[in-house]
Design a protein around this ligand. Structure first.
Ligand code: 0O2
Ligand code: 0O2
Length: 267
């Protein structure tokens, strides 16, 4: 120990963690309140324990009077997301914030670690407002999916138990488990995409159904009864078959018919 007052030293870090947690949680509730999709599932944070700070300083050969700059994760924030795409969206939202400065970023998703570890890290400088004025502190924001978090939490606790001396065959199994977690993330994203596509198709279909029915109404209005009946029968058939493409073609035909009748109106 270097005789410093650790309680006082850690105060701005504690404040930074508390404030960043509140702000990032508000970002989630704000998006939800505006009925927008919130890419954040939940947020946690912690100040590194003194024993871990000292251990890391020794490992990285950081002199104790330089730990403020040498150890970037004394203040740590973790953001959990449902999908991998959400991670990049959250990173972008943080990048554009005016209350912190981005120092650098580490993409351990594209370049995952040998251990199998995956997450997106942002190292930021956050100015804490203290009674003595503004004090900038470094903080590490880790952004990951629930699957990445599941893996990292268990791997971290196993490594902690075995003091970073996991046998090679266990490390290999952990690497394989990380790969499986990543496959699960890919599969969940693909299921989501399928749901989004189906939703879009459904919306498209309800728009075209309304359009065709309005056009048929218009034909009746101009006393083109025989044509209207024929179009109605074709509509019934296409609607039964859920044929959105056929409905679009039918709409074009009715439009031409309306134009030919010299009415030239759309809808
Ligand atoms: P625990 O302590 O059993 O509840 P260590 O490295 O484990 O000796 P350190 O670095 O002081 O100790 O704390 P650690 O383990 O990084 O964090 C303590 C707990 O907070 C951990 O739970 C983390 O999962 C959790 N945590 C929450 N947010 C963050 C974050 O942003 N960064 C980090 N690094 N941890 C966070 P445990 O594993 O159950 O430990
Ligand atoms: P803790 O206990 O979570 O605070 P280095 O530690 O030297 O490899 P560096 O420069 O500290 O690297 O930063 P790096 O590699 O970006 O990692 C910072 C943090 O990311 C770690 O903090 C972990 O929280 C997490 N992390 C990185 N690699 C792994 C991994 O293989 N498994 C798990 N579970 N987490 C990892 P700390 O201080 O190492 O640990």
């Amino acid at each position: 120990m270097d005789g410093r007052d650790w309680g006082k030293f850690l105060l701005p870090y504690e404040q930074a963690v508390e404030e960043l947690k509140v702000k990032l949680k508000s970002l989630r509730s704000e998006l939800k309140a505006r009925d927008e999709y919130a890419p954040i599932e939940f947020v946690t944070g912690r100040v590194k324990r003194i024993s871990s700070i000292l251990e890391k300083a020794r490992k990285l050969s950081v002199p104790l009077d330089r730990i403020e700059m040498g150890i970037e994760d004394i203040a740590g924030i973790r953001i959990m997301c449902q999908f991998v795409d959400d991670i990049y969206r959250v990173a972008d939202l943080i990048r554009h914030r005016k209350d912190l400065v981005m120092v650098y970023e580490k993409d351990y998703i594209t370049n995952f670690k040998d251990s199998g570890y995956r997450s997106y890290h942002l190292i930021v400088e956050y100015p804490v407002q203290t009674s003595l004025g503004s004090k900038p502190v470094l903080a590490e924001i880790q952004i990951r999916t629930l699957g990445m978090n599941f893996w990292a939490t268990i791997e971290h606790s196993l490594n902690y138990k075995y003091r970073n001396q996991l046998p090679e065959h266990v490390q290999e199994r952990l690497r394989k488990a990380a790969e499986a977690a990543s496959q699960l993330d890919i599969e969940m994203s693909s299921i989501r995409q399928e749901i989004v596509d189906a939703q879009q198709e459904f919306e498209q279909s309800s728009v075209i159904v309304r359009k065709v029915l309005n056009e048929i109404q218009e034909l009746y209005f101009f006393r083109r009864v025989r044509e209207a009946v024929q179009f109605q029968l074709r509509f019934n058939e296409l609607w039964e078959q859920d044929d959105v493409w056929g409905l679009k073609e039918l709409s074009n035909e009715i439009q031409e018919s309306l134009d030919r009748a010299g009415k030239g109106r759309s809808n």
